[in-house]
Design a protein around this ligand. Structure first.
Ligand code: C5P
Length: 232
């Protein structure tokens, strides 16, 4: 219906950073606040969807109407995402997943070594969660519709286009995170939307606005792609 265009749809959203342990007391992470993903979850619930929010460590309240699954590491987020994406209609990867994790987190606290000024950490690549979901979609009936994010400080359109194609996303939301007052941690954001098959080579630009409002616009555009999407 017009007031609940997402009724009957299951939307899965990843949000926030991941936290990769180095030892029992230390970790690698990033500055993602989770605000954009949580705003998307709020908007999806308001539009009538069943919403599952897979969240890394953030300090935000659970959006009303969303089921929240808390994870810490990229591997945990990967596992939860694969399990939940299987039966969803729309998967939105908004999390800032750590690209690398410690190959072997130390069992005990890493100590300073007398006379050694260097410490080498060996990192290994984390799985690309959204690329895996998109690859699995291609082996099924074309579901879920997969939406990714690209936070860039330069060449926004070119890097986003590359991610869209390389990860086989259906749609990408590109943010210029170097713009003052926008992106990471802030309450406002602007975005450039691009699609894999199709309309508007240059994408569609959404002006700076509160994340809640932007989330609603992004969801409406993604939902609009669902019914007419060719199934293969
Ligand atoms: O490559 P980059 O991290 O910039 O791509 C961003 C997009 O890919 C986001 O949608 C993010 O959630 C997703 N991603 C992921 N798993 C990773 C890295 C990124 O799902 N390991």
């Amino acid at each position: 219906s017009a007031d609940a265009p997402a009724r009957g749809l299951h939307v899965v959203i990843t949000a926030g950073p991941t936290r990769e342990p180095l030892d029992p007391v230390r970790y690698l992470s990033n500055h993602s606040s989770g605000k954009m993903g949580f705003a998307l979850a709020t908007a999806a619930a308001e539009l009538g969807a069943k919403v599952t929010l897979i969240s890394g460590p953030v300090s935000l309240p659970t959006p009303e109407g969303a089921t929240r699954i808390d994870v810490e590491t990229a591997l945990e987020m990967h596992e939860a995402s694969r399990r939940l994406a299987e039966a969803c209609d729309l998967f939105i990867g908004c999390a800032a997943v750590a690209d690398y994790r410690a190959e072997a987190p130390a069992e005990h606290k890493i100590k300073k070594t007398e006379g050694e000024d260097d410490l080498t950490l060996r990192l290994v690549k984390n799985p690309d969660i959204i690329a895996d979901i998109a690859a699995e979609r291609d082996t099924r009936n074309g579901r879920p519709f997969v939406v990714g994010f690209a936070a860039e400080t330069r060449d926004l359109e070119a890097y986003a286009r590359d991610k869209l194609e390389r990860k086989r996303l259906d749609m990408i939301v590109a943010n210029d995170v170097s713009a003052a007052g926008l992106g990471f941690g802030s309450d406002d954001n602007a975005a450039l939307l691009m699609w894999r098959d199709g309309d508007g080579e240059g994408g569609e630009s959404l002006p700076p606005q509160p994340k809640a409002q932007l989330a609603r616009a992004i969801l409406e555009r993604a939902l609009g792609c669902l019914p007419t999407r060719p199934v293969h």
